[in-house]
Design a protein around this ligand. Sequence first.
Ligand SMILES: O=C(CO)[C@H](O)[C@H](O)COP(=O)(O)O
Length: 287
Amino acid sequence: MPLPTPAPISPVSQIRPVVLSRIGQPTKLVSPIKPNVVLTGIEKSKQLAAWTAVDEHVKPEHRVIGIGSGSTVPYVVERIVQLGAEANQLRVFIPTGFQSKELIVSSGLNLGDVDQFPTIDVTLDGADEVDHELNCIKGGGACHLREKVLAEAANTFILVADYRKNVEYLGTNFTPGVPIEVVPFAYAKVLQNLHHFVGSPKASLRMAVHKAGPVVSDNGNFIIDAPFDLEKMKTPYTIMTQIKMLTGVVEVGVFCNMAKAAYFGNEDGSVTIRWNDGRVEQVAAAQ
Ligand SMILES: O=C(CO)[C@H](O)[C@H](O)COP(=O)(O)O
C-alpha cells in the first residue's frame, strides 16, 4: 500500500527542510512511557481515556494522524506504539508543537507536518476542560493555535482527559481562564480590551516559571489568560468570537463544535464517552 501523498509543495515550503524523517527506514517503536510503571490515580485515568480512544478511533486504514499536546497525549502515543511497527510504518504523525514532535520522534513514528498533510484522518488531543456540549478550553500548555489547526484539519477530532475535565459548564474546575495567544507587540492593547470591553478584568499575561518574563509559545507569541464569570462561560462561542475579533489576537483556546467525542478516564477504571450528538456511554477500560 502506498504512503500517504503530501499536498503539492509551494515555492516557500521548498526551502524548508523535509520533515518526513523516517519514512522508508526500518522503524523501532518505543513507548514514550517508562515500561513497568504501575499507574494509579489521575495518571491511570488519563491512560484509560487515551487507550480507549485510540482503540476506537485509530482505524487500520488511517494514514495521517494528528497528535496533540499535554500530559495525557503520551498515553495516546503509547497505545499507538503498541499497535506495532507494521501497522504504523505507512502512517504519518502530525504534531501540535515541540512536545508532541519530540514524542513522535522519540517513539520511532514517522513525522510529518500539516503543511504537507492538510487533511488528517484523526486528531487525538487533551483538554483543560470539556462541557456537556463538547465545547472545550485548551491552551493550558500554550499550544492551542496549532491544536486548533490540527483539530480543524481532521476528519475526526477526539478529546482525551481524566474525569476532572468532564464538566457541565466551562470554568468549573479550570480557573486560570481562557488562554489567548497574542502577537507580542499587541499584548498590552489586548489586555486593555479584555479588562474594559470583553468582561475579564483579571486577564493577565502568562509568566514563565523557569525564565524571566512571559511564556513564549512555539510560534513566538505571548499568552494571556482571561478568566470570565461562570454565567459568561455558559456561552463559550460568544466569548470565543468576541476575543477573536480583537486585533492582535492570534487564536483563542475555546474550541466549539469541533470534537466528535470526548473520552474521560474515571477513578473506578471505567471510561465515560460523550458524543457530539448528546449520547453518553460508560464502558469498561481497554486492557
Ligand atoms: O491544550 C493543551 C495544551 O495547550 C492540553 O491539551 C491541555 O492543557 C490538557 O493537558 P493535560 O493532558 O496535561 O491535562
